[in-house]
Design a binder for this molecule. Structure first.
Ligand SMILES: [Fe+2]
Ligand SMILES: [Fe+2]
Length: 220
């Protein structure tokens, strides 16, 4: 069975993930580096475990999490769709089970709000939650604050962000700390509302309510 460790050995994937991140960096996008891939992989696996998935489904989540942004190589727009196709080709070459490839393709192809991503399966739902929670100042590449876009500023304002799954309350929470000197909570909300709605639907798909907690205030 193909594991995340095996996928990480793929030189072609590593090359495309690095090039993709470089290309979108050239047009000013925030970091989508190996750290983001690893974070998403680990968190996606963790969320699936906590909502009761078995080991294999959680491993598929980790693989989807690791690969989800590989499509940036082709274009920032539609990178979920192109990423799903790149993953298809590479995972097929590695000899992965066809049904498992399908799960991962559906998840990667549905992680973007611009491409109307939806939780088409449990891995897709966990991937949305894991990916959207990686908002942090370390992802902003620009050093010159006057060149910040609104999205850069919002990311820069976030000093802490994590997901909490509480089975007893049936609740998945995204908990954040925002430096209100850099951006207001309202500004965060304005920019990330679509992402947060996507997270809510993802949590619902997994059978949980969703909460967004910023600076100790529950906003959703
Ligand atoms: Fe993405
Ligand atoms: Fe991502």
């Amino acid at each position: 069975m193909i594991t995340l460790e095996r996928v990480k050995e793929s030189r072609v994937l590593k090359q495309y993930m690095i090039s993709g991140n470089q290309y979108i960096g050239n047009i000013g996008a925030i970091e989508h580096n190996m750290k983001h891939a690893e974070w998403t992989a680990n968190l996606c696996r963790d969320i699936l475990f906590k909502v009761g998935a078995d080991e294999r489904e959680a491993e598929l989540g980790a693989i989807a999490g690791y690969l989800h942004d590989v499509g940036n190589l082709v274009n920032r727009y539609g990178h979920g769709l192109s990423g799903a196709m790149i993953a298809f080709y590479v995972l097929l070459e590695l000899g992965m089970d066809y049904g498992e490839i399908a799960t991962i393709m559906g998840a990667i192809g549905n992680h973007e709000e611009q491409a109307k991503g939806s939780s088409v399966n449990r891995v897709a739902a966990a991937l949305i939650l894991a990916d959207k929670s990686d908002v942090h100042r370390s992802r902003v590449r620009k050093r010159d604050k006057s060149a910040f876009t609104q999205r850069d500023r919002v990311n820069f304002a976030v000093t802490r962000s994590y997901i909490k799954v509480e089975n007893d309350k049936g609740l998945i929470s995204l908990i954040m700390r925002i430096d209100a000197e850099v951006c207001s909570v309202m500004e965060y909300f304005e920019i990330f509302l679509t992402k947060m709605m996507m997270c809510r639907r993802a949590a619902n798909y997994l059978g949980y309510e969703f909460a967004l907690v910023i600076n100790n205030h529950r906003l959703l």
